[in-house]
Ligand binder design. Structure first.
Ligand code: ADP
Ligand code: MG
Length: 358
């Protein structure tokens, strides 16, 4: 087990593509760490640079006490699981799992025994003689995991290992992976573009955009207090509502409505009257009501234009009467509501976020 320390890590590909932009990051020993960001933000490059499969243009990588920036992959004591698993199709499961041990010149009998032991831990004992093509996607994914575990690395590097599984299997594999990581306690860097996966799995998350970290924190911190509109719009099963507004004392004017400003935060005190801001509120922190007194502030009037049934909840799209972007409101599954009806969205003040970067 080992911590990972990145300082000023930079990767510029030929053609002047800056994939990593002077990135500083400390990943703790034993931590389950997620790198989250949209496609092309540099997640795979970062993982491959830690593994030694890409050389850094600048900066350093340390694993544990050792600086490994110039070391080849085989001497970094890391194991990587790739998005497509990268199993050898002509080899049996036993030989696939034992392959890293073969590279390390472990005798065949030890290799075979170790492969069988790890396979048993991952529920693959019955498949040792099969080839990858004879396995389901979920089983192939476990073989890739078993291969990573076989030589007891200090660090696991996972590049979207669940993305090729169908939705149901993906959830199962996610829980399995989290339990396994807890049991093994191996420092794990998990790359994903799926915010739900990152929130569910990680001890801490770094949200990346264009080769830079936009926010670093626990899942709760990142969900509750996204640091900027980029993170705010990226995290959450339905995106946060981000509405242009203007500060009016303790209120924020959005369209014709006065909505509650943030309470109990430093941000509230620092907002000068008249400042142009972005008003952030998640759909689940808006209350919907069909009736509201016209002279009472705190509610945004609109018209329901779409109702989506999400099972345990409904997601309403509300077009504001005064114009501006439509907003989304989560309501209970049994709330009677019809398309076209007028209604009001009421923010929960303690969940309001105000941004000035939008
Ligand atoms: P992610 O995994 O987050 O989707 P990548 O690390 O694959 O992002 O890519 C980051 C950026 O670097 C992208 O703009 C991508 O096009 C570019 N890139 C990745 N690999 C190469 C390469 N081998 N040569 C040139 N550009 C590359
Ligand atoms: Mg990638």
């Amino acid at each position: 087990m080992a911590a990972i320390s990145l300082t000023g890590l930079t990767k510029v590909y030929p053609g002047d593509v800056t994939a990593l932009d002077a990135l500083d990051l400390e990943i703790r020993d034993g931590e389950f760490f997620a790198l989250l960001g949209p496609s092309g933000c540099g997640k795979t490059t970062l993982l491959r640079t830690i593994a030694g499969l890409e050389s850094a243009t600048g900066g350093t990588v340390a694993i544990g006490e050792r600086e490994v920036t110039a070391l080849p992959p085989g001497r970094r004591d890391v194991a990587m699981v790739f998005q497509d698993y990268a199993l050898f199709p002509h080899m049996t499961v036993r030989d696939n799992i034992g392959y890293p041990l073969k590279i390390r010149k472990t005798p065949a009998a030890r290799r075979s025994a170790k492969a069988a032991e790890v396979a048993a831990e991952l529920g693959l004992a019955d498949y040792l003689a099969r080839r990858p093509g004879q396995l389901s996607g979920g089983q192939q994914q476990r073989v890739a995991l078993a291969r990573a575990m076989a030589c007891h690395p200090s660090v696991f590097l996972f590049d979207e290992p669940l993305s090729n599984l169908d939705a149901r299997l993906r959830l199962e594999a996610r829980t399995f992976l989290k339990r396994l990581q807890r049991e093994l306690g191996v420092t794990t860097v998990f790359v994903t573009h799926d915010q739900a996966e990152a929130l569910a799995l990680a001890d801490r998350i770094a949200v990346l955009e264009a080769g830079r970290i936009r926010q670093l924190g626990t899942p709760t911190e990142i969900y509750r207090r996204p640091a900027n509109t980029f993170v705010a719009s990226f995290i959450g099963s339905t995106p946060m509502n981000l509405l242009p507004g203007t500060v009016r004392g303790a209120w924020i004017r959005v369209g014709d409505a006065l909505l509650p400003g943030p309470i109990g935060t430093d941000a509230a005190a620092a907002l000068p009257d008249g400042a142009e801001v972005v008003y952030g509120i998640r759909p689940e922190y808006l209350r919907y009501t069909a009736q509201h007194a016209a002279d009472v502030p705190g509610a945004l009037p609109g018209r329901v234009t779409v109702i989506e049934n999400l099972g345990s909840t409904q997601l309403l799209t509300l077009d504001p009467v005064a114009g501006g972007p439509p907003l989304q409101v989560t309501v209970p599954e049994d709330l009677p509501v019809t398309v076209g009806e007028p209604g009001y969205a009421l923010p929960r003040p303690e969940r309001v976020l105000i941004y000035r970067d939008g």
